[in-house]
Design a protein around this ligand. Sequence first.
Ligand code: UDX
Length: 423
Amino acid sequence: MKISVIGGGYVGLVSAACLAQLGHWVELIEIDPDRARSISQGRPQIYEKGLEALLSKHLGERLHVSSIYDHIAESDLSFICVGTPEGEGGRPDLSMVQSACRSLGRSLRDKSSYHLVVMKSTVLPGTTEGLVIPAILKHSRREGDEIGFCMNPEFLREGRAVEDFMHPDRIVIGCNDPISGELAESVYRGIEAPVVRTEIKSAEMIKYASNAFLATKISFANELGNLCKALRIDAYEVMKGVGMDHRINPHFLNAGAGFGGSCFPKDLSALIALAQSLDEKPLILRSVQEVNERQPLRLLELLEGKIGRLKGKRIAVLGLAFKNDTDDIRESRSIPVIMKLKEEGADIVAYDPKAVDSMKRLIQDIEYCPTAADALRGADACIVMTEWPEFSELDEEFDRMRSRVIIEGRRILSCRDIEGICW
Ligand code: UDX
């Protein structure tokens, strides 16, 4: 099929590359000319395992990149993959969705044949039918039956988005008419996965409910982990036993410094805002959020318990990215830790294998080191904030510290003398 993908961020770019790999002809529309140029040269601005290989295989052949909407009418269907970052009051900012609908609608004005629009951006239930469909019909000046609409959420994890696209647990397709649903489902021919066909609003909600539940598992693991810590029990031992129940499963029960990233925090806030707008009380969701806000600061309580007041102490922060295998620091749990250390007057030195440049754009007035060993030299204590595999190799580097005080916010180290947040 001929597919146009709107938005060259990590969802749109990965989707475009994977759709080309499935045999489709794909045009990726990215309105930022610099980002479009780097993608078309096979140099994506995001790190995703396997992505560069797909780009070099398909660019110029099945995959084309453009900054304009001129050729969209030549495609059979369009995916909208623009960002919906957290906006006012926790609800998603829909400005990029509105802009994409306007441009897409206008580009369909002169198309005489049927066209399918598939929403992949994360939007609250009711948005596709309440905003996307009316906007596209208005700007295209076409009748409802000439343009089909579906909602097809993604469940991509940063760093593993190509793998998650090609091997999903399920494909969710929300549609209000069978023709659009069949056409959307046929896009994924070649991918082995159960297909959930539902209505549009349910598909929108499946995305939020999935992320909110995963975040809930993490905050549950952290709350139980804090209790285990108080009882001198290793939370990982407990969750190993809990996760063996097939109804629970072992995933997302790793206690630690909490969840970050561009999705869990914003999707949780959006769902809470939606519930409150409907006079519902999101008690569980608010607790998940509160546990996550408090969790990283528990590391500093542990730290003060070991070395006393933090003022003037040299603290090495190992790990800045919100998780390993990415340079993304959005909502990283290392940010509240660093901000609190600054507030306490600590002398902060930080290292991360990939995310130093990202963090420098947010926090300039701390010291950054090129290696973990450099960061540890002369430090009074060290806090590990990201589960980078290279940290599990560290041992004698900790001897360079003024005192070997190691507080672990992620279960990644394999050396002695470790104090874990929940172990
Ligand atoms: C998440 C969802 O997994 C994905 O399905 C959705 O499409 C987008 O949001 P992502 O944000 O990329 O993906 O990261 P993920 O791997 O889920 O981790 C999120 C955060 O939770 C990280 O900060 C990670 O350190 C933390 N985490 C994860 C835990 O603290 N404990 C766990 O057991 C798992």
